[in-house]
Design a protein around this ligand. Structure first.
Ligand code: G3H
Ligand code: ZN
Length: 299
C-alpha cells in the first residue's frame, strides 16, 4: 500500500465519523510495533516522528527504514512530522518524503515561549504553502496545549472564531485544538472540554486533532470523536508500556544472573530479550487505542 497523506485519511474519517490514531516512533522497534498493530487491527494509520527525535538520533536513516516498512504494509499509512517548530524543520522533513507535516506555530522554536497569533498564522501559512506545493497535507495549531500536568484554564482553549480565521488564512488541512488536554501524564482526572470541539467544528468543518491523548478518559475520547475529533495523538502511554515491559524483563533477567553468578556460570546478554517484549507492549497499547478511536477495521 503506498504512502498516503493525512488529508486522504481524514476524508474517510470525516465521512464515517471516527478518529485516526497518530503514534510516535523514535526507533525501528517503536515503528514496527505501531505498524504491526495497524495491520492486526486493519486500521488506517498516522505514523509520526517528532522534531525532538533529532536530539536522540539523526532522523534520515530511521525514516529510510520506516519508508520500507510502509512500502510493505497493506493498510494506508501517512508519515507525519509531529510538532515541527520552524519552517526549516518542516522543509527538512518534507525532503525526507513525509506525506504530512505539522507546523506548530503556537510556540517559538524553544518549544516554550508562545508566539503571537499573527506570528503563528504567518509561519503556518508559509509551511502550508510549501507542503501543498509537494502534495503533502499540513496540520496547524491554534490555542495552546497545556504545557504542564495541571488544571487547564479556559482562557487557553481554542476560540472557535479565531480557529475559523486561522483555517481561512493558513489553508491547513487539519487543525490541532486546545480543549483541556496536555502532553504527558495528568496529576488527576483532566477536564476535557468536549463541547468546545463541537463549537469549533461548527465554525470550521475541519478534521480536528486532539494532542496529549494519553490519560484522557475513554468517555471523553468517545465524546470528542462524536463532536469532531478526527486524529488523536498518543505517545506517553506507549512509553509507559515500554518502561513497564522493560522493568519486568530486567527483573527476570536479574534473577537469572544471580543464579548464574552463584553457580559460577557466565551471564548471557541478549538485547533482543529486552526489546522484543517492549515492542509487544507498545503494539498492545496502539491496538487498544485504535479500537477506542473507532479506526480499527476501517482499512
Ligand atoms: O504530539 C504528541 C502527542 O500530543 C502525544 O501526547 O504524550 O500525552 O500522549 P501524549
Ligand atoms: Zn502533541
Amino acid at each position: 500500500m503506498p504512502l498516503v497523506t493525512s488529508g486522504e485519511l481524514m476524508k474517510d474519517a470525516m465521512k464515517r465519523e471516527y478518529a485516526v490514531g497518530a503514534f510516535n516512533a523514535i526507533n525501528m522497534e517503536t515503528a514496527q510495533a505501531i505498524v504491526a498493530a495497524a495491520h492486526a487491527e486493519k486500521s488506517p494509520l498516522i505514523l509520526q516522528v517528532t522534531e525532538t527525535t533529532l536530539k536522540y538520533t539523526e532522523p534520515e536513516p530511521l525514516v529510510a527504514c520506516i519508508h520500507e516498512l510502509i512500502k510493505e504494509s497493506t493498510i494506508p499509512v501517512a508519515l507525519h512530522l509531529d510538532h515541527g517548530r520552524s519552517f526549516e524543520i518542516v522543509m527538512r522533513f518534507l525532503r525526507m518524503g513525509f506525506s504530512s507535516v505539522m507546523m506548530d506555530g503556537s510556540l517559538q522554536e524553544d518549544g516554550k515561549t508562545p508566539r503571537t497569533t499573527e506570528e503563528n498564522l504567518e509561519v503556518t501559512r508559509q509551511a502550508v504553502e510549501a507542503a501543498h506545493a509537494l502534495g503533502v497535507s499540513a496540520e496547524g495549531e491554534i490555542g495552546r496545549l497545556g504545557q504542564v500536568s495541571d488544571e487547564q484554564s479556559e482562557e487557553i482553549l481554542t476560540d472557535p472564531e479565531e480557529a475559523a480565521q486561522f483555517v481561512e488564512a493558513t489553508g491547513v488541512d487539519l487543525l490541532a485544538v486546545a480543549i483541556g488536554t496536555t502532553h504527558g501524564l495528568y496529576k488527576g482526572t483532566p477536564k476535557i472540554y468536549t463541547d468546545r470541539v463541537a463549537e469549533i467544528r461548527e465554525r470550521t468543518d475541519m478534521p480536528l486533532v486532539m494532542h496529549g491523548g494519553t490519560g484522557v478518559p475513554d468517555e471523553d475520547v468517545v465524546e470528542g470523536v462524536k463532536n469532531g475529533i478526527r486524529k488523536i495523538n498518543i505517545d506517553t502511554q506507549m512509553r509507559v508500556a515500554c518502561h513497564e515491559a522493560l522493568w519486568k524483563i530486567m527483573n527476570e533477567i536479574e534473577g537469572e544472573y544471580k543464579q548464574a553468578d552463584a553457580a559460577g556460570e557466565p551471564r548471557k546478554y541478549d538485547i533482543r530479550r529486552l526489546l522484543a517484549p517492549a515492542r509487544d507492549a507498545i503494539q498492545e497499547v496502539v491496538a487498544e487505542k485504535m479500537r477506542l478511536f473507532g479506526c480499527a477495521g476501517k482499512a
